[in-house]
Design a protein around this ligand. Structure first.
Ligand code: SF4
Length: 420
């Protein structure tokens, strides 16, 4: 069975959904008629979307059809949205009432689906109404929009480009370690103290181990012996340096060392400077965000201009048991307090992110690796932050930055990224 992206065209009756379907499929896939409610039920067609691959495209009934039958059709559209990847919401700016669009956008956002807005321009004066519509539906600010005519052939290519630019498919292969080469060693540095879980590795470690093995790399793991308590990690005894030296010298060719972010400064000291180094948290956030590490790198620049009264949100995607020297509640706040004494630190823990209405108030978001939520959820968080212009970075990058610019450069190097 071919895996396809599911794209749903939704909107009220007579907004031009079937015309849009025909435009994208380049044929009369759906019957179009100016009379309301021509699309009796959802119709589906398969297309090869240039630049995206195989796509299942759905034309749907109007979400505002009245009566018992209308309610049934609407339920079907809502159920379909739940299973889809992208919704193209058509809006006719000529309408007077946008309550159905408002409710639908809220529903799509609650489902954490990707949403793109298409203003179907019937008359050139329609464009003048858009500013008012956006005032009326505040959630529109989170989503990219295009103005076009669904019956205009010349608008097809700009529409396709708009979709390609703004839609991130979860079906495209996403390598966990894009720079992995078979037959090279990928040593892990995993600190363990009394509070580390016994009998298992934590998720980023086990996921990466499996990925490297599956893709033909070699894995070895090193537990810094001196860390009975992570607080003492600065005191690296000579014997530990010898031990680390022995470990790292035993590999013919190292692809990259991957360490826990809490010991990245230690790793930087004990592994030869020409060996690539990154952290589990950086690997995970790049994977979970569908390769958006560069945006997390960009966010770290915001640290340079943090000032009194600015608000930083530390966001963790799960509610794990807190250790004594927990990264999110102790280590990162401590660094912020030392370097930016009057900056306010707040937290958001768990699968639900802060209310979108509140996120815009933050000057920086520092996010964990996000290994316990699905990438769709994480992508939805990033889309909102992007839309609001709130910079964001990640634990691994932050703790590397704390060790200095050179260390930050070092952990970015395997990803082909620099600090610019
Ligand atoms: S979701 Fe975040 S806080 Fe929870 S284990 Fe993964 S990286 Fe750590």
């Amino acid at each position: 069975m071919i895996e396809r992206d599911k794209i749903v065209i939704a909107g009220r009756v007579n907004t031009g959904k079937s015309s849009l379907m025909n435009l994208l499929t380049r044929q009369e896939t759906s019957i179009t008629d100016p009379r309301a409610g021509t699309t009796a039920d959802t119709s589906r067609t398969f297309i090869e979307f240039h630049g995206l691959g195989p796509v299942a495209l759905f034309d749907t009934a109007g979400i505002d059809e009245e009566g018992g039958l209308g309610a049934k059709k609407k339920k079907k559209v809502l159920d379909l949205i739940k299973e889809s990847d992208l919704i193209l919401l058509l809006i006719n700016p000529r309408q007077e009432d946008f309550s159905a669009e408002k409710a639908l956008i809220q529903y799509i956002r609650a489902q954490e689906k990707q949403l793109l807005i298409i203003y179907n321009i019937f008359h050139s004066s329609d464009k003048e109404r858009i500013a008012d519509i956006e005032k009326n539906i505040p959630d529109l600010k989170f989503h990219k929009k295009i103005k076009m005519s669904a019956v205009n052939e010349s608008d097809r290519r700009p529409l396709e480009e708009f979709i390609l630019k703004n839609y991130s498919s979860s079906l495209r292969p996403r390598p966990l370690l894009p720079f992995l080469k078979p037959d090279l060693f990928y040593p892990f540095i995993i600190p363990m103290d009394g509070e580390s879980p016994e009998g298992r590795l934590i998720r980023p470690q086990s996921v990466l181990l499996e990925y490297i093995l599956r893709n033909g790399g070699f894995v070895a793991a090193y537990r810094p012996g001196f860390i009975a308590d992570l607080k003492e990690k600065k005191l690296v005894p000579e014997s530990e340096l010898d031990r680390a030296d022995k470990f790292f010298k035993s590999f013919s060719e190292i692809g990259c060392v991957i360490c826990d972010s809490q010991v990245v400064d230690y790793a930087d000291k004990v592994i030869p400077s020409d060996v690539l180094l990154t952290t589990f948290s950086i690997v995970m956030i790049n994977y979970q965000s569908h390769g958006k590490l560069a945006a997390f790198r960009d966010g770290i620049r915001r640290l340079k201009s943090l000032k009194r009264g600015d608000r930083v949100l530390i966001a963790e995607a799960c509610n794990h048991t807190r250790m004594q020297e927990d990264i999110g509640t102790v280590q990162i706040p401590k660094v912020i307090e030392e370097r930016f004494p009057e900056v306010v630190v707040e937290h958001s823990f768990g699968r639900e992110f802060s209310e979108t209405s509140e996120i815009g108030a933050y000057d920086l978001v520092i996010h964990c690796g996000g290994c316990m939520i699905d990438s769709g959820k994480l992508a939805a968080r990033i889309r909102d932050l992007d839309a609001l212009g709130v910079p964001y970075t990640n634990y691994g990058l932050f703790l590397s930055w704390k060790g200095g610019e050179k260390l930050l450069e070092r952990v970015l190097k395997p990803w082909g990224l620099d600090l610019i």
